[in-house]
Design a binder for this molecule. Structure first.
Ligand code: HEM
Length: 501
């Protein structure tokens, strides 16, 4: 009898998995624009690294970052290489980058990695194309308007203070995990009025696993991702379990919002739109919500992780930041109104994003031929531009590899994003045009409030002498997180020692 019951249970779970698998494969195959391929013969293509060099780089964890850096040194304008069976280009001349990414946006679509990522993200803002993207972008844009983000600031600061209360002097922490939990909590509360880190441990774990799976499949073509999902392995089973956990949590949030009515968050707005002409289906709402969870927390949390590493490695710069925080805030929690008075904090964040741009590579597939300089980039080709490469090039930045937040400060002591005076096409951490990060204001407000709160009281130090190396994934990550030990700051003692001021 017992056995029959467990067999029935197994059969039910198997049907569930079959359903989830079908849904996911359906997502990968969904194309709002059919992707053209570049099979053109006899076209003249610029020189570039061999496919063996690329394949070798793709096989090692930090290989792609090194590959891109090497490309920047060897090919000062453009290079061509074979990405598996496709023709691909990396642009290293800023005017070429502007031509493809800014001026020709409507002749491009997202590339193969994001098509594969639809397995997880569905067809949300990050992955969709053409009219479907434009429609939803217009619908969602107001939720990320500066005024709306201002309304989230108080919660961002309060959640940071609450998180900080769990920290103790001398405690050893994994800073990546700390920042990931905090930013997930903030995204959940502000955008969905839900506690994603209470329901959460399970949700958080599922999210980490799904993100790792996305990293592992980054270079697979969408077809290979679909085939991979067909093959029965324990790995696939775990992925399906975690995806269905994420789907279920998001579906519960949608149901709750339908029952509650408008609670003034992003999810209310999406659910509300279902009554109007522009109606979004539950599936579309899920896709957008999942995109915000994934795009909105991993990016900011890894950026903050790198910021703590850079402060620990550069005590003089940390002291320069501390001086501002002590003077302007004097120990109290910051609010939105304080941010314009914290130019050094803004400079430290920008310098971190310069050295560790979460969106380290951006790719497009061309929907039409595009001319750059003497070259014709054919319709169907994949084209890449890398903030990692352009933000770290000595051609544009003096002391490019060094952490020098002062480059963002004017002679009058103000923060100015144009202060480094680099040409257009060199600095693009949040992307371009109508594909620009919708969460930029949200992310910078959140990160500034977190640093201003925490760096006032804490000066975390690296446990290992060697800082963790960046690895390329969906964002710039570390292998096992960032081990740090917490030191409570004593502002007066620092002043007496005159640390770096
Ligand atoms: C430091 C933090 C962040 C960085 C560096 C970053 C970077 C980027 C970049 C480079 C893109 C463009 C990708 C491309 O063109 O292929 C992008 C798009 C996007 N980001 Fe962010 N992001 C951050 C935070 C956030 C946050 C907090 C959210 C949401 C709460 C968010 C949501 C999105 C969405 C939805 C898109 C797609 C926009 C579209 O195509 O219409 N991001 N982000």
């Amino acid at each position: 009898m017992e056995r029959k019951k467990s067999e029935r249970q197994d059969a039910r779970t198997a049907t569930n998995y079959a359903q989830i698998r079908r849904t996911i494969i359906g997502r990968v195959k969904h194309e709002d624009i059919q992707a053209p391929t570049d099979g053109r013969k006899g076209v003249s293509r610029p020189a570039g690294p061999s496919s063996v060099v690329f394949a070798r780089a793709a096989l090692s964890a930090d290989g792609l970052l090194k590959f891109v850096t090497e490309v920047g040194k060897t090919y000062p304008q453009i290079c061509h290489f074979r990405l598996m069976r496709e023709h691909a280009y990396i642009l290293t001349d800023p005017t070429f980058i502007v031509e493809v990414f800014a001026n020709s946006g409507r002749h491009t679509m997202k590339g193969r990695a994001l098509q594969g990522a639809k397995a997880f993200l569905g067809n949300g803002l990050l992955t969709s194309n053409g009219d479907a993207h434009l429609h939803n972008r217009r619908l969602i844009q107001p939720a990320f308007h500066r005024d709306r983000v201002a309304g989230y600031a108080q919660q961002m600061a309060a959640l940071t203070v609450a998180h900080e209360m769990t920290w103790k002097d001398g405690m050893e922490i994994n800073m990546s995990k700390e920042m990931s939990e905090l930013t997930l909590l903030i995204v959940g509360r502000t955008l969905f009025n839900s506690d994603l880190s209470g329901d959460a441990r399970e949700f958080g774990e599922a999210l980490v696993h799904v993100t790792q799976s996305m990293n592992a499949r980054l270079l697979m073509s969408p077809r290979v991702v679909a085939i991979d999902l067909h093959i029965r392995t324990p790995r696939r089973r775990r992925l399906l379990e975690n995806l269905s956990r994420l789907d279920q949590t998001v579906q519960n949030m949608i149901d709750e919002h339908r029952a509650l009515g408008d609670v003034g968050d992003v999810l209310s707005m999406l659910v509300d739109s279902s009554d109007g002409q522009d109606a979004l289906s539950d599936e579309q709402i899920r896709d957008e919500a999942m995109t915000f969870v994934l795009a909105g927390h991993e990016t900011t949390s890894t950026t903050l992780g790198w910021l703590w590493v850079l402060l620990a490695q550069n005590p003089q710069q940390a002291a320069w930041l501390h001086e501002e925080l002590d003077t302007v805030l004097g120990g109290r929690s910051p609010g939105l109104e304080d941010l314009p008075n914290l130019p050094r904090t803004q400079a430290v964040l920008h310098e971190t994003i310069r050295l560790y741009p979460a969106g380290w590579i951006q790719g497009r597939r061309l929907l039409a031929d595009i001319e750059v300089g003497e070259w014709t980039l054919p319709r169907g080709a994949m084209v890449f531009a890398s903030p990692w490469l352009m933000h770290r090039s000595e051609r544009w930045w003096s002391g490019a590899e060094q952490f020098r937040p002062q480059r963002w400060i004017t002679l009058e002591g103000a923060f100015d994003e144009d202060a480094p005076k680099v040409p257009r096409g060199v600095w693009f951490p949040f992307g371009w045009g109508n594909r620009k990060c919708i969460g930029e204001t949200f992310a910078t407000t959140e990160a500034l409030l977190i640093i201003a709160t925490m760096a006032q009281h804490w000066s975390p130090q690296l446990v290992d002498e060697q800082a963790p190396a960046p690895l390329s994934g969906v964002v710039l990550r570390t292998k096992d997180g960032i081990k740090m030990v917490l030191h409570k700051r004593e502002p007066l003692a620092e002043l007496k020692q005159g640390v770096g001021l």
